[in-house]
Design a protein around this ligand. Structure first.
Ligand code: 5AD
Ligand code: SF4
Length: 469
C-alpha cells in the first residue's frame, strides 16, 4: 500500500517499476521508497527523462540507467536502499554499461559520501536537482561520476507534467509544495528536502483538470505540511491559502474527489474545515499526525502543541465535519519517554478514535535536533514492546471504527479488482477506508457506486452494491 504523505508513507517500502518500453530509445528503470512525495517525484523524474529520450522499462536487466529514489526517515529505510544497491551491482555485472543513480533524500543526506561508500553508484541527485539529470547522465556516460544536491528555494517543478507510473488510471497524486520549515526534533526531512515553497495554484488546477479529462476521478494534494501552503501573485495582490486551493481544485468537477496529506495540527484552519463542508467532493478524511500523546514528549519533539491543544483540534474537526475520519502517525520510544508517558499515547489513540495510524519506533537520525540534544536512551526491547502495544490498540480501535459502519451506505470510487478475488472490486469511501464488494456487470474502475456495508476487518469494509450510476 502507498501511504499519503507521511510515508504512507511510512513503514512500508513501495517498489515502483515503470511500464512499457519503446524500441530504439535508451531505457531506464526506477524503484521508489519512502513517502508518497517520493513516488510523485519519480513521476517528475520520468517526465524529465522522457524529454531526454529515455523510455521506461520494468526489467532492470535491460535498462541503460538504473535509478533508486530513496528515503532517509529511519535507519531501516536506508538499510533497504543499500541492500537494493547490492542487487543492482549484480545486474551491472551482466550489463557493465548500465549507469546507477541514487535520487532523493538519502542522496541529499549523504551527498558525495555516497560515491565514496558505494563504488557502483555513478550519479547522486537530490530532490531539487532532477532537471540536471540529463547532464549528469551524459557526464557519467563519459566516465565522470557526478553529484548535484543543490537545495533550491524556488524549485517546484510546476511546469513539469508528471508521467504517471504504475497508475490505476483512477487516482493520482499532485505535489502542491516542497520542503518543510517545521523543525520537529526527530525529523530529517527539513535537511533532505530544504525550505518550504508552494507551487503556482493555476498549474495545480491545470494538472487536476487534465487528469479529470483523462478519466482520473481522485486527486490527492501532497505536501509535507499542506496547511501552510501559501502563494502570492508577484504582480497583483492575489493570495491563495490552502483552503482557497482546495476550493479551486474541488471546483474542477463535482465528480473529481479531492484528498490532501499531510496536515500539521498547528496549521490546519477552520477555513479548511469549512471548505470540506462546502464541497461534497472534498473527502471527509484528515491525516493529522499526533506523534505522541504526552505533552512533555511533544515539547521535546518540538511539535509546538500539547495534548490539550491537539484534542481541541480533533474536537473542532468532529464538530465542523461530522463523520470525518482522522488518522495519525505515532512514534514509540522517543528519547527519555517513560512508561507512564507511553500510556498517554495509548489513551490518545482511543480518545481520538483514529481510523488508522502509521506507527514507528523512534530511530535517531544524524544531524537532527534530537540527535544533537537528547540521548536515544529507550532500550530497543522497550521500544519494541511499546510499539506492539500501540499497534494492538490501534488495530482494535480501527476494527471498532469499521464496525460502526456496518449497516451504513457509502459512496465508493471503484479503483480496480480486489487483491484476493477477480469477482470483487475494491475502492475507497470518502473516509479513505478500503471497501470490497461483489462486481456487477457493466461497472468499471473510475465509476462511483453506493455500497451497503455488511461486514469488516480492522483494515477493510465488506459490502454489496446498493445502486450504481
Ligand atoms: N524515527 C521514527 N519515526 C519517524 N518519523 C519521522 N522521523 C522519524 C524518526 N526519526 C515518522 C513520523 C512522521 C512520519 C513520516 O515518519 O511519525 O510523521
Ligand atoms: Fe519522504 Fe524523504 Fe521523509 Fe523519506 S525522508 S519520508 S522520502 S521526505
Amino acid at each position: 500500500m502507498r501511504t499519503p504523505l507521511s510515508e504512507h508513507l511510512q513503514g512500508q517500502v513501495h517498489e515502483d517499476k515503470l511500464i512499457s518500453t519503446q524500441d530504439g530509445l535508451k531505457k531506464f528503470y526506477i524503484e521508489s521508497y519512502g513517502c508518497q512525495m517520493n513516488f510523485s517525484d519519480s513521476e517528475i523524474v520520468a517526465s524529465i527523462l522522457k524529454q531526454a529520450d529515455f523510455s521506461p522499462t520494468k526489467a532492470m536487466d535491460e535498462a541503460d540507467l538504473i535509478l533508486i529514489n530513496t528515503c532517509s526517515i529511519r535507519e531501516k529505510a536506508e538499510e533497504t536502499v543499500r541492500k537494493r544497491l547490492r542487487v543492482f551491482g549484480k545486474t551491472k555485472e551482466n550489463n557493465p554499461g548500465a549507469l546507477i543513480g541514487v535520487l532523493g533524500c538519502m542522496a541529499e543526506r549523504l551527498k558525495t559520501k555516497l560515491l565514496e561508500e558505494e563504488k557502483l553508484v555513478d550519479i547522486v541527485v537530490g530532490p531539487d536537482a532532477y532537471r540536471d539529470l540529463p547532464t549528469l547522465i551524459g557526464n557519467a556516460s563519459d566516465g565522470e561520476r557526478g553529484v548535484n544536491v543543490f537545495l533550491s528555494r524556488e524549485e517546484t517543478y510546476a511546469d513539469i507534467s508528471p508521467v504517471r507510473l504504475d497508475s490505476n488510471g483512477v487516482t493520482a497524486f499532485i505535489s502542491i509544495m516542497r520542503g518543510c520549515d517545521n523543525m520537529c526534533s526527530f525529523c530529517v526531512v527539513p535537511f533532505t528536502r530544504g525550505r518550504e515553497r508552494s507551487r503556482d495554484p493555476f498549474t495545480i488546477v491545470a494538472e487536476a483538470s487534465d487528469l479529470f479529462e483523462r478519466g482520473y476521478r481522485e486527486v490527492t494534494l501532497l505536501g509535507q505540511n499542506v496547511d501552510s501552503y501559501k502563494w502570492a501573485n508577484e504582480n497583483t495582490d492575489e493570495k491563495v491559502t490552502f483552503a482557497t486551493l482546495l476550493r479551486m481544485v474541488a471546483g474542477v468537477h463535482p465528480l473529481l474527489r479531492v484528498r490532501f496529506s499531510t496536515s500539521h495540527p498547528k496549521d490546519i484552519t477552520d477555513d479548511v474545515l469549512y471548505a470540506m463542508k462546502e464541497y461534497d467532493n472534498i473527502c471527509n478524511y484528515i491525516h493529522l499526525p499526533v506523534q505522541s500523546g504526552n505533552s512533555r514528549i511533544l515539547k521535546l519533539m518540538n511539535r509546538t502543541y500539547d495534548r490539550n491543544w491537539y484534542q481541541a483540534k480533533v474536537n473542532r474537526i468532529y464538530e465542523l465535519v461530522p463523520g470525518c475520519a482522522i488518522s495519525s502517525d505515532i512514534i514509540a520510544g522517543f528519547c527519555s519517554e517513560t512508561d507512564l508517558e507511553h500510556q498517554d499515547t495509548l489513551s490518545m489513540i482511543e480518545w481520538a478514535r483514529y481510523s488508522m495510524s502509521y506507527m514507528f519506533m523512534y530511530s535517531e537520525r544524524p544531524g537532527t535536533l534530537a540527535a544533537k540534544k537528547y540521548e536515544d536512551d529507550v532500550d530497543i526491547s522497550v521500544k519494541k514492546r511499546r510499539l506492539q502495544e500501540i499497534i494492538n490498540l490501534q488495530n482494535q480501535v480501527s476494527f471498532e471504527h469499521n464496525q460502526r459502519d456496518i449497516g451504513c451506505l457509502c459512496e465508493v470510487l471503484i479503483e480496480g479488482d480486489s487483491k484476493r478475488s477477480e469477482q470483487h472490486f475494491r475502492g475507497r469511501n470518502s473516509q479513505n477506508k478500503m471497501v470490497v464488494f461483489k462486481k456487477q456487470a457493466g461497472l468499471k474502475p473510475g465509476e462511483y457506486v453506493t455500497v451497503r456495508i455488511e461486514d469488516c476487518t480492522s483494515a477493510t469494509l465488506l459490502g454489496s452494491i446498493e445502486s450504481s450510476p
